[in-house]
Design a protein around this ligand. Structure first.
Ligand SMILES: [Zn+2]
Length: 331
């Protein structure tokens, strides 16, 4: 982020109110608009779901976050979807709304995210079995962040299969502090992820990139998948929406993490962008379209390095717009 536009906006707002002119206010709203336009341009037709959630419908979140019990499980047909093999070594065992990815290695499975408590059994354990994979061979589970829609099956994987659970330190802390969030029990603190840490299983390595913002311990990742033997690099973004307390410092942290992950993705030559919510990376239609792929056509997830970079422009610019709007709220 350059030139701290939010602080400039705050100063202009004060100056504007002192002099009672409307010119300054207009300049500020143009700046918010300029971030929204930059995000819209970057989104193109690739990231409309991300744009809609972050730029069009963000909601202000109070400073005190609630520690609530999970709600009742919604109807199965709102979330159930069949599992799928997506690359030579990567399998989707998620729901219609959330991703869980199984990365198959020479020494077992590395799983990324575990959905809700209510659907992890059927989608992950059931899904792996349907795909001919053994859930007992899941050696590592990396949790993108400790919200109920990603960490819900971690305790099951730990208890039933002895999978090692990898999570950001602040998110382990939030689980331990939670009073109401885990009525069916909490996963026990296991591996605390560090920035740059490499989780290696057999022939496969996942590199952790810490991207605090969505939660303080959010983890993003870099890894390589194979498409008919051809290696393709993946940038996996571990936290997206602005449902953290709406403060300037929290947005600054989020914005810094988007720039950090954009740089990491570029350095890794990532041409695939994956998210943990299917609305952000269009995983469900991309999986469906795979069936229509003709020989020689690119994989539906392989969008190119330039498009991967645009994703992080969308998240960063929408955050800058939301950050700047904070300074314009009535005092
Ligand atoms: Zn979340």
């Amino acid at each position: 982020m350059k030139n701290h536009p939010a602080s400039v906006g705050a100063v202009l707002a004060i100056v504007g109110s002192l002099f009672g002119t409307s010119t300054f206010a207009q300049n500020i709203s143009e700046t918010v608009d300029s971030h929204l336009i930059a995000a819209r341009t970057a989104a193109g037709s690739d990231f409309l779901g991300t744009l809609a959630r972050l730029c069009i419908a963000p909601v202000a979140v109070p400073a005190t976050q609630r520690d609530v019990a999970p709600g009742p499980a919604p109807a199965r047909d709102t979330w159930f979807i069949e599992p799928a093999k997506v690359f030579d070594n990567l399998y989707f065992v998620g729901s219609k709304i959330h991703s869980s990815w199984a990365l198959k290695t020479s020494e077992g499975i590395l799983l990324i995210d575990t959905l809700f408590t209510y659907n992890s059994e059927e989608e992950i354990v059931g899904g792996l079995k349907k795909l001919g994979l053994d859930p007992a061979t899941v050696k590592y589970v990396i949790i993108s962040h400790a919200h109920g829609d990603h960490v819900g099956g971690a305790k099951m994987m730990q208890d039933r299969f002895g999978s090692r659970i990898v999570m950001g330190g602040p998110d382990w802390d939030s689980i331990e502090k939670s009073v109401n969030g885990y009525p069916q029990g909490k996963p026990k603190r296991d591996i605390v992820a560090d920035d740059g840490q490499k989780i290696t299983l057999g022939d496969t390595t996942v590199t952790i990139v810490t991207t605090p913002g969505h939660t303080p311990g959010t983890l993003s990742m870099l890894f390589t998948v194979k498409d008919n033997g051809k290696p393709i690099n993946v940038a996996y973004s571990g936290g997206t929406a602005f449902n953290f307390p709406s403060t300037g410092p929290n947005f600054d942290t989020y914005i810094r993490s988007q720039a950090k992950m954009a740089a990491a993705a570029a350095a890794a030559n990532a041409t695939i962008l994956m998210s943990n919510h299917t609305e952000f990376d269009s995983a469900v239609p991309k999986i469906k379209m795979l069936a229509l792929r003709k020989p020689g056509e690119p994989h539906t997830f392989d969008i190119g390095k330039e498009a991967v970079a645009r994703y992080f422009t969308v998240t960063g610019e929408c955050a800058q717009a939301a950050r700047l709007k904070l300074t314009q709220l009535p005092k």
